[in-house]
Ligand binder design. Structure first.
Ligand code: 5RP
Length: 232
């Protein structure tokens, strides 16, 4: 098995385990990315077998997949909390703090995570880190004067890169840009960095998800690791 296939099998194992948390009638927040795609595939099978749930999608891509599976997708009109949100992550630290957004959907992902009563992360073991900032922290910014916003973000001690490059910038589902921040030594104090990023005018949201995940299902070669509270 190639390394890619092995990681994909682990992502699928984590996603499949999360399906056990879904109950009839729930409003389920559904994530974005390759791990979340396995969760959507499983939800589609359950729906085909008669399970009735509705979903809040964290991206247009996930919305299309959910709709294709006949799962009703709700958005702006949702007045009550999401029962359960399930999504992947790019980094998970021992305190269940996350970096998310490498797939570009961080704004809606954070909206869904904050609106959910339970937010369970699904991932393969490569996402476990001792300290956040091992990769990069995506930040969604308004296109207006974005270079000015990026300069202020760089002043926080980060290397900034516009996703896609200035010639063909990546656009989020919300029509905004993403600036990826790399912190050479990682994040000593993620809460402080999160507050500093959020204080920059022009920033709409960042990929530090702190105090949001209630549990995580992490699939490793040695088996499933359940972190935090995962039970239904
Ligand atoms: C998208 C995300 C994804 O959850 C994250 O990038 C993990 O992706 P994958 O499951 O493909 O490894 O935050 O914005």
């Amino acid at each position: 098995m190639t390394r890619f296939a092995e990681r994909d099998a682990l992502k699928r194992a984590a996603a499949r385990h999360a399906l056990g948390l879904v109950a009839p009638g729930m409003v389920v927040g559904v994530g974005t990315g390759t791990t979340a795609r396995h969760f959507i595939a499983g939800l589609a099978e359950l729906a085909a077998g008669g399970l009735r749930v509705s979903a809040v999608a964290t991206s247009l891509a996930s919305e299309v997949a959910l709709s294709a599976a006949g799962i009703p997708v709700v958005a702006g009109e949702l007045a009550h909390p999401i029962d359960l949100a399930v999504d992947g992550a790019d980094e998970i630290d021992p305190a269940l703090r996350l970096v998310k957004g490498h797939g570009g959907a961080l704004f809606r992902e954070k909206m869904v995570a904050t609106a959910a009563e339970r937010f369970v992360v699904i991932a393969d073991g490569s996402k476990l880190v001792e300290r956040l900032g091992a990769t990069f922290v995506p930040v969604e910014v308004a296109p207006f004067l974005w270079r000015h916003t990026a300069r202020r973000l760089a002043a926080l001690g980060a290397t900034c890169e516009l996703r896609g490059g200035a010639g063909r910038p990546y656009r989020t589902d919300n029509g905004n840009l993403i600036v990826d921040l790399a912190f050479p030594a990682g994040l000593e104090d993620p809460e402080r960095t999160a507050a500093e990023i959020k204080a920059v005018t022009g920033v709409l949201e960042h990929g530090l998800f702190l105090g949001l995940a209630t549990g995580a299902i992490v699939a490793t070669r040695e088996g499933l690791r359940l972190l935090g509270s995962v039970a239904g």
